[in-house]
Design a protein around this ligand. Structure first.
Ligand SMILES: Nc1ncnc2c1ncn2[C@@H]1O[C@H](COP(=O)(O)OP(=O)(O)OP(=O)(O)O)[C@@H](O)[C@H]1O
Length: 725
């Protein structure tokens, strides 16, 4: 019996199984199965009429009609790839149908005010769809919270399910369970809230025969009262004999829908498997007949043979065209119900936030890394960017010999921590700078002291005097920062020399421009001061993008998003939960980052700390919501990573974070101003360095633009997620 074989054996297409054919008795090939009386919408747990669904060009469900009566077990059987899972996904509403209609417990799935999806449905998808960092107990608590069970109810159901499904200890991690154990936990999650409709996709795969029998017995028990209905797919065809009705599916349609005994009787078969085989053979023969009558023209798409479809109609039970009584009424909902339907349930949001926190707790290493990463990044930035170059080698050619010369005095004012002076001859100095050993050459003529004195005393000095009384400097300008630093240090040294050596005559050589005390900032302001506010915002933004960009991608891939959706969690609730839980993480990141910046690196803050923190948190929210857009629009990790990284450099460069916006050429500058971090960085600089508040345009504009982006990204992500669910 296939049911005793491996999963692979069980998945084999029935017509490939010759051994099975031999075990079948020759049946009379009656193809006029009587359909059981089809219950109306009220009496049916599930009704599918004329349902079509394709994946691209592949037509998977082809005008399928199916009825699951209330209070029955419906076994949906069919070879691998015939569309069973697709049908179940359409029934629970995670896949949209391209034609036809489906009602579940009397209304279409996701109809406003209807508890489907929600606690009325228990769905066990084919994928395991469990959080691997959860324990068994976490998993059941999570679904219990979503279904609104009390702690007592959840605890009682958990005790029952652990015992009934023969699960290991409840604090065992899902990732450490065997495949079969995980499937049983997944089944437990579907059974947890005692739903009115159970939709089980291959719940018995990998489960030992004893437990399989126990599970079927449980299903038989729960439908006995007539209140609970079950639709179950299985490759172990014989176990479906315990179902009240079986639907035999092939090529996206139902070959037959009847009680198993009726099917076996009418096919004169000893087993359900044989009855199914005969039905398949019948339909194959009809296809061949059709093919030969159409002059050998073969159907190209084996899933959607149109002629084959027409020939098969007589053996379909509920595959008949719907009668007028079958017609689906127009469902309408009151506007208040519609509004209530979209309002997020805080119970679900709380359950999802707790889920994220539990997962974080289970990954302490990753959490610490997340908290420390921004601190490491901002520290590296403060240490490495914006400081003065140090240890720059400069060749000095001093042709004056006297120890009391002006040249020696001037050189003594050069900042030795930045500039290393190497005394050389003219030829050696130029050879060195050409070889890249020195960044500059400073040369004094042999009469520098006397010529400089003459220059000061006589403004009409000859060209030779002016030239001889000047310091001659040749620079390697390939590194602008070093060259600017050398020029500045020389000017500073000259100023120091003039002040100390020339005394009252200093005014004669000083330039006629005097820089007074700065209005904002300090005379020692370095590049780090400029870049820090923008860097804080960028780091917060990109870490938040990184935290969220993969969140839905992985959950969608593992079927967790769909499972939560079927449990009644809306796209908006998912979005809000991600936002709140990531907000907790970025709040800690921001606090740590600010502590380092203000206390360790002594970056000044003249303004309100509350405004600083608010703006950074809002930028974090921008990052989270942008990550959510990526996550909801993209299906695989690689593309999501590419999208997140793809915007990193262009945004960083154009936002004026590392170089002033005023340097950006005009068409690009307009783009820069529209980006989330440009005005926000400017606002943060104004708060921190000018001490400005919200009354200033430059400050509130940064907040307004950030809030605008947040709203736009969150709406966009919700719409995308909703459209794709
Ligand atoms: N996301 C998808 N994109 C494209 N094709 C898909 C997708 N999901 C399923 N299919 C195709 O649709 C067909 C039906 O798949 P489905 O999973 O519904 O079959 P099934 O009857 O449940 O099979 P099994 O018994 O092996 O689980 C298959 O040909 C499959 O390759």
């Amino acid at each position: 019996m296939a049911g005793d074989g491996t999963d692979e054996e069980a998945r084999n297409s029935p017509h490939e199984s010759t051994a099975m054919q031999e075990r079948c008795t020759e049946g009379n090939m009656r193809s006029d199965l009587e359909a059981p009386a089809s219950p109306g919408i009220e009496g049916a747990a599930i009704r599918c009429r004329d349902v079509c669904r394709s994946y691209g060009k592949l037509k998977v469900l082809n005008s399928l009609n199916l009825t699951v009566p209330q209070g029955q077990i419906y076994g949906l059987l069919g070879p691998s790839g015939c569309g069973k899972t697709t049908l179940l996904k359409c029934i629970v509403g995670t896949l949209k149908i391209s034609r036809g209609n489906i009602t579940v417990l009397g209304k279409p799935p996701a109809f406003p005010g209807h508890d489907v999806p929600g606690r009325m449905v228990g769905y066990m998808p084919q994928d395991i769809a469990l959080y691997s960092e959860f324990t068994i107990s976490d998993t059941l608590w999570f679904f219990g919270r979503i279904h609104g069970l009390t702690s007592k109810e959840t605890q009682a159901r958990m005790d029952f399910l652990i015992d009934f499904l023969d699960l290991p200890q409840k604090n065992s991690l899902v990732r450490n369970l065997s495949g079969g154990q995980r499937r049983r936990v997944s089944l437990g999650a579907a059974l947890l809230q005692n739903p009115r409709l159970l939709i089980l996709d291959e719940p018995t795969v990998g489960v030992d025969p004893v437990l399989r029998a126990k599970i079927w017995q449980h299903l038989v028990d729960i439908v006995r009262g007539g209140q609970v209905s079950v639709i179950i797919t299985t490759h172990y065809i014989e176990e479906a004999r315990q179902a009240t009705t079986v639907g035999l599916m092939r090529g996206g349609q139902l070959l037959a829908e009847a009680p198993p005994e009726t099917l076996m009787e009418q096919r004169n078969s000893l087993t359900l498997e044989c009855a199914f085989l005969q039905l398949c053979e019948d339909s194959d023969q009809m296809v061949s007949k059709q093919e030969s009558s159409s002059e050998g023209k073969l159907m190209v798409d084996s899933q959607t043979p149109e002629a084959y479809k027409d020939e098969r109609r007589p053996i379909l039970s509920s595959g008949k065209s719907p009668s007028p009584a079958d017609e689906v009424p127009r469902f309408t909902a009151d506007w208040k119900v519609r509004v209530w339907h979209v309002v997020p349930k805080w119970r679900n949001v709380a359950a999802l936030v707790i889920k994220t926190l539990v997962r974080m707790k289970r990954m302490p290493g990753s959490l610490c890394f997340q908290f420390l990463l921004p601190v490491i990044q901002i520290s590296l930035m403060c240490l490495c960017i914006g400081g003065d170059p140090k240890g720059i080698q400069v060749a000095v050619v001093n042709n004056e010999t006297s120890t009391h010369s002006f040249s020696r005095s001037l050189l003594s004012f050069l900042d030795n921590s930045s500039i290393i002076q190497v005394n050389l001859s003219h030829a050696e100095a130029f050879a060195g700078i050409h070889n890249g050993e020195y960044w500059g050459v400073i040369e004094f003529g042999k009469n520098f002291t006397s010529y400089l004195t003459k220059r000061m005393l006589n403004p009409r000095s000859s060209r030779d005097v002016v030239d001889g009384g000047s310091v001659h400097v040749w620079l390697d300008l390939t590194n602008r920062q070093i060259a600017i630093m050398l020029q500045k240090k020389l000017h500073d040294a000259f100023e120091g020399f003039v002040q100390s050596k020339l005394g009252s005559m200093a005014y004669m050589v000083a330039p006629p421009i005097k820089f007074e005390e700065p209005i904002y900032g300090s005379k020692n302001t370095d590049f780090t001061t400029f870049v820090t506010p923008g860097a804080i915002l960028s780091i917060t933004f990109y870490l938040a993008v990184g935290l969220t960009a993969l969140s839905f991608v992985l959950e969608r891939k593992e079927g967790l998003l769909d499972r939560c959706w079927v449990a009644g969690v809306s796209s908006l609730e998912t979005m809000l939960a991600h936002l709140f839980s990531q907000l907790l993480v970025i709040s800690v990141q921001i606090i740590l980052m600010l502590l380092f910046i203000l206390l360790v690196f002594k970056i000044p803050n003249e303004g309100s700390l509350a405004l600083v923190v608010s703006l950074i948190i809002l930028q974090g929210v921008t990052g989270i919501s942008f990550g959510l857009v990526i996550s909801s629009a993209i299906d695989d990790e690689q593309s999501a990573n590419q999208a997140a990284l793809g915007v990193f450099y262009p945004n960083l460069i154009i936002s004026g974070v590392i170089w002033p916006v005023e340097c950006i050429p005009y068409p690009l500058r307009y783009l820069s101003l529209a980006l989330p971090q440009t005005y926000a960085s400017e606002a943060l600089r104004c708060i921190m360095y000018r001490g400005w508040g919200l009354t200033r345009l430059m400050v509130w504009r940064g907040f307004a633009v950030t809030l605008g982006w947040n709203t736009f990204f969150l709406i966009l992500a919700t719409v995308i997620l909703k459209l794709r669910s």
